[in-house]
Design a protein around this ligand. Structure first.
Ligand code: SAH
Length: 342
């Protein structure tokens, strides 16, 4: 069976080379090529012809195909990638003051069932491999000719529900011989899988953690996020405090503002009460409206008022800049529109 060389860790690549009777350091050369986006062994001109032929026989270089691409007025680019088994995933390239950020997917679909999310209704198909996560970055770099400096794992899927592959991907993205992206420039967004947060705290990786909170109390959160029945807000907060203690990283709480559901003054006060002693930051996101959904975005005034209340309670808070809102850049909407059309 042929193996995807992009899906090998550095150590696994070294082992493979030794098995082929080659020196370990060839891994460095191959990694260099892979991270330049090279997709065939024959182009790796500093390897012997014999090694290139051997690699060709036992391995291949995974390659995402650009199925669709939308460029927003603000420069944000949304990619719909086709995987080798024809499944579709989304990734987004955004430009911020501090450089280019890739938002990548971690699964085909999602099991978490959040009521306001476009990925939920399509269900879960499978986990992405580490190589497929990595290739989202490589393909975006190659297509856009930009160097990605930051990665957010905030596309389709729940990253902590694909833990082993996620760890392998993080180590690959961090490889000095490859992309060399520091852990501090990587953010994992989770709906709050507590065992995963606690495990991550012990990995010694100091990646940023972003929690999709979206409600100030369990009763409301359960209505929109079924996962809350397993992991309550208090359990998530305890896990976050342990995470901060071990990694010294500030936690971000994502809070999608839903009209007349979680955007009242009382909601803001409750939220402030829950998180007041944490090293954290709240990111208010105007909900992205999904056609046919019962949930509507809050109006601007409400969001500003909510922000003021958090600030008055000493909570650092920002309103997320909406990048790419003209191209369905958010949250599984492009994949959804393509799948529903077909
Ligand atoms: N499963 C992970 C990451 C993927 S979702 C998580 O839950 O964090 C990425 C982010 O988009 C999450 O914060 C999610 O709650 C949010 N999101 C999903 N649908 C949305 C919508 N319609 N409007 C605004 N944010 C949404």
């Amino acid at each position: 069976m042929s193996i995807d060389i992009l899906n090998l860790s550095y150590e696994e690549l070294e082992e493979l080379l030794v098995k082929l009777g080659e020196k370990k350091y060839r891994a460095k050369q191959i990694t260099g090529w892979l991270f330049k986006g090279v997709k065939d062994f024959d182009s790796m001109t500093d390897l012997s012809k014999k090694l290139r032929d051997m690699l060709d026989e036992i391995a291949y270089i995974g390659e995402l195909k650009i199925q669709d691409k939308h460029v927003s007025r603000d420069g944000t680019i949304k990619y719909l990638f086709k995987l080798e088994d024809n499944n579709l995933i989304e990734s987004v390239l955004m430009e911020y003051k501090y450089g280019f950020t890739a938002c990548i997917s971690s699964q085909v679909g999602c099991k978490m069932g959040c009521k306001f999310c476009a990925s939920s209704e399509l269900g879960f198909v499978r986990n992405l491999t580490a190589g497929e996560m990595l290739d989202q970055i490589l393909s975006i770099q190659k297509d856009s000719n930009n160097r990605i400096g930051n990665v957010v794992i905030m596309g389709i899927g729940e990253p902590l529900d694909n833990y082993e592959n996620l760890m392998k991907f993080l180590r690959q993205a961090n490889l000095p011989e490859g992309l060399n992206i520091s852990y501090r420039r990587i953010t994992i967004s989770t709906c709050g899988l507590v065992p995963g947060i606690l495990r991550l705290a012990d990995e010694g990786m100091s990646v940023n953690l972003s929690i999709s909170l979206h409600a100030p109390d369990d009763a409301k959160r359960e209505k929109i996020m079924p996962v809350n029945k397993a992991y309550s807000i208090d359990k998530i907060i305890s896990a976050c405090n342990i995470y901060t203690e071990k990694t010294k990283r500030r936690i971000t709480f994502e809070y999608a503002m839903i009209k007349d559901f979680n955007d009242s003054e009382q909601d803001a006060v409750s939220l402030a009460g829950k998180i007041k002693n944490m090293l954290s930051h709240v990111n208010l996101i105007p909900l992205n409206y999904i056609e046919g959904s019962e949930f509507k975005p809050s109006d601007r005034k409400r969001i500003e008022k909510f922000k003021k209340i958090l600030e008055n309670n000493g909570i650092p808070v920002t309103i997320r800049r909406e990048l790419g809102d003209d191209i369905n850049a958010a949250c599984g909407q492009l994949r959804r529109s393509v799948i529903n059309r077909n």
